[in-house]
Design a protein around this ligand. Structure first.
Ligand code: NAD
Length: 258
């Protein structure tokens, strides 16, 4: 019995830069459960990496499409291409974020106007723009999942402007859930624990964060790509059909601690 209901479903996965990406863990699991995965990338370099790792998955139906979330034209072009090749979209994984290095390293009070706008545009507004471009193709029962972090709610050293962007991302997720619910479309966020990826390299205090989670989280360990992938699969699947507008923590329980 296909309790997930993801077999032959078309899922767009945004944000695979390399094999360490959270989105790559999700894409692998999606292929394993029989979904068709449409990868989007920003840089040519990522496209090459995706195509290289996909060589081992040639039996699966996949596609690789350019999409720079800072550009409305690029988003529109990507979803028109996906719509015309696949007809419908049953799910989207939005696993994309970026901020200028200086805005993470400097004191928060020194955040520049441009840096603030850029982090918001890339990491929060992009969810709204993507949902809107995908809307003509989204099926009833479609599910959108975005990746957030505890820095949305708490002040975490070195997370700065990205914490503010994640707060906006989670609020945008809730407004989208309220708006798209009437079309049977669900929108949720996963608040993942700290995982060593390319994006994580930009957070100056990352090693200390990993250490602190190991010491103080209820499970006394860090979470990993597979655990985040599994919960994302649940949130994309029919198992979570009654859930929308939620932030789900996959962080060894770290967020509950004082
Ligand atoms: P990653 O660097 O592998 O992924 C980030 C992706 O964002 C990359 O593929 C990059 O190409 C893409 N991206 C950036 N700007 C873009 C643009 N303009 N257009 C299109 N794509 C763009 O790192 P990751 O850790 O897998 O990050 C994925 C998501 O998970 C991010 O939203 C991140 O904030 C979130 N997250 C990460 C952690 C962690 O500890 N790694 C924890 C919680 C949440």
């Amino acid at each position: 019995m296909d309790i997930l209901g993801l077999k032959d479903k078309n899922i767009v996965v945004m944000g695979v830069a390399n094999e360490r990406s959270i989105a790559w863990g999700i894409a692998k699991r999606l292929m394993e459960v029989g979904a068709n995965v449409i990868f989007t990338y920003r840089k040519e370099r990522s496209k090459g990496k995706i195509e290289k790792v996909l060589a081992d998955y040639s039996e699966y139906k996949t596609a690789v499409v350019e999409c720079d979330v800072n550009s409305d034209d690029s988003i529109a072009k990507a979803f028109e291409e996906i719509g015309s090749s696949f007809g419908t979209i049953d799910g989207i994984v939005h696993s994309v974020a970026f901020a200028n290095g200086d805005d993470l390293k400097n004191r928060f009070v020194e955040t520049s106007r441009d840096g603030y706008a850029f982090a918001q545009d890339t990491s929060a507004y992009s969810l709204i723009a993507v949902a809107n471009a995908a809307k003509p193709y989204l099926t009833e029962g479609a599910s959108i999942v975005t990746m957030s972090y505890l820095g949305a709610e708490r002040v975490l050293d070195g997370y700065n402007v990205m914490g503010v962007a994640k707060a906006a991302l989670e609020a945008s997720m809730r407004y989208l859930a309220a708006d798209l619910g009437k079309e049977g479309i669900r929108v949720n966020a996963i608040s993942a624990g700290a995982i060593r990826t390319l994006a994580a390299k930009g957070v100056p205090s990352f090693n200390q964060i990993l250490h602190k989670i190991e010491e103080t989280s209820p499970l006394k360990r860090n979470t990993n790509q597979e655990e985040v992938a599994d919960m994302t699969i649940v949130m994309l699947s029919a198992l979570s059909r009654g859930v929308t507008g939620e932030t789900i923590y996959v962080d060894s329980g770290y967020n509950i601690m004082g």
